[in-house]
Design a protein around this ligand. Sequence first.
Ligand SMILES: Cc1cc2nc3c(=O)[nH]c(=O)nc-3n(C[C@H](O)[C@H](O)[C@H](O)COP(=O)(O)OP(=O)(O)OC[C@H]3O[C@@H](n4cnc5c(N)ncnc54)[C@H](O)[C@@H]3O)c2cc1C
Length: 502
Amino acid sequence: MNHNKKILIIGAGPAGLSAGIYAQMNGFDSTIFEMHSIPGGLCTSWKRRGYVFDGAVRYLAGIHPEVKGYQLWQELDIFKNTTFHYYDEFTCIEGKDGQKLHLYTNTDKLEAHLLELSPQDKRPIHDLVEGIRDFSRLDLPVNLTASSAQEFAKMGREMLPVLMPTLRWLNVTLPEFAQRFKDPVLREGLPLFFQFSGADFPMMLYLSTLGMMNDEEAGYPIGGSLPIAESLEAHYLELGGKILYRTRVTDILVRDDRAVGLELNGETKVTGDLVISASDGRAAIFDLLDGHYTNDRIIQRYSGGMTASKSILQISLGVDMDFSEQPPMVNFPLEEPVWLGNIYHDRLVIKHYCFDPTMAPQGKSVLTLWCEADYGYWKWLSANKDRYNQHKDEVADVVINALDRRYPGLRDSVEVVDVATPVTYERYTGNWRGAFAGWALTTRKMSLMMGIGMDKTLPGLSNFYMIGQWVEPGGNVELSCASGRDVIKDICDNLAQEFSTG
Ligand SMILES: Cc1cc2nc3c(=O)[nH]c(=O)nc-3n(C[C@H](O)[C@H](O)[C@H](O)COP(=O)(O)OP(=O)(O)OC[C@H]3O[C@@H](n4cnc5c(N)ncnc54)[C@H](O)[C@@H]3O)c2cc1C
């Protein structure tokens, strides 16, 4: 038995909250230390004069009762407070000639649309939709890592239905596949489905995401991202967990190569039996532990061997215009590129939330725009508050003007403007350079995820674990929560204690 062992958790994002919930379910005495005043980390939304701006979840995976991932959400008790919207069309991508590629979530509808757009691309369209159908059969187990040979074998058996498609697509990148299309809007547009996907983005992830959407295994939570975090927080507190907000962990205390406690806000100290970091990986390893517990692999990964997801800008508008008849997300080319915070953009991606009545007053709309940002530039600007705020106003203005050309009258209908920069993400969540989803996804990382995964402990240091998006590439709420579950299961296994989920 754990004899009421004390677990100290750094961060009340999805991973930290989930670890806390499972810790409480298993009789541990856990406390979460969170530097912000609210739960959620990146999984957040914020209110501004009658509008709600969402900062994360466009879709949450694992929400269909017939998939294994559903068990995670049931255990975490999020369904009590959450209903979902299922997109008919996820995004509409416009070509330079005005042609529109509608990425419908229903595979049959998508196939018909693609064939109508480009009958000459029958062959790659067939391969694409067959890939989506194949990956619809993918049903990932709720455990991310196997704790025994039997469990490993069981997980292997569960992957069997998608073994052949996995072998076929594992090393194919999305841009590579898109080159097979003759039609320019398909060749250019298909890779734009995931806004920040890079040149090495795995085709397998593309196919499995479209497969999940087709099967209604992924949907948008009405109310946005913060209510998901608040629901996790409520469950954690119900189970007797404790959260200390506005409490920044400034050091991990170590004695005889064992993590024994935390320093809080540079002042007080708390002791515990186990420490779990659910915060930025680099900060935990190199700042809070001063880089004392690393090896070549860890150093190589954090010094460029793996690429972090991009730093981004989020520009949010509350407008007195009704966008409900528009596709929920549109990716369109600009006649004149725009200069947004030191980077030229020749396309903008705009999303509205009219399918969620909680986001804007009736008849009005929330519009959000994400785009890649130059962290160094914004960091430099932020050293001078006036200069920083002036640049935020300027980028908002550029975006409003570009949107006004497309949606005449928009400029005059803007009621609320909000700009989040990489410095905002960094300040509120501690993520390196404001990276929005841990590591960028590549085919190499896909193989890593499906193989041994990333290290969750550090060499030479006991009683210390890492969870969340920096050890589970894929950067999403489901994976972060699953990693919180996994760590408590591992701890229970190490204590020869049965793992409880209720
Ligand atoms: C623009 C955007 C779009 C996204 N889209 C989706 C999507 O569609 N679907 C999806 O599932 N996910 C999406 N995500 C990703 C998802 O939000 C993250 O992957 C998830 O929040 C990661 O959870 P985490 O707990 O691992 O880390 P985080 O959310 O980063 O939480 C870490 C927590 O630790 C705290 N912390 C850090 N350092 C300290 C310290 N020293 N002391 C105390 N507290 C500390 C932070 O304040 C934070 O609360 C998106 C994210 C963004 C930004």
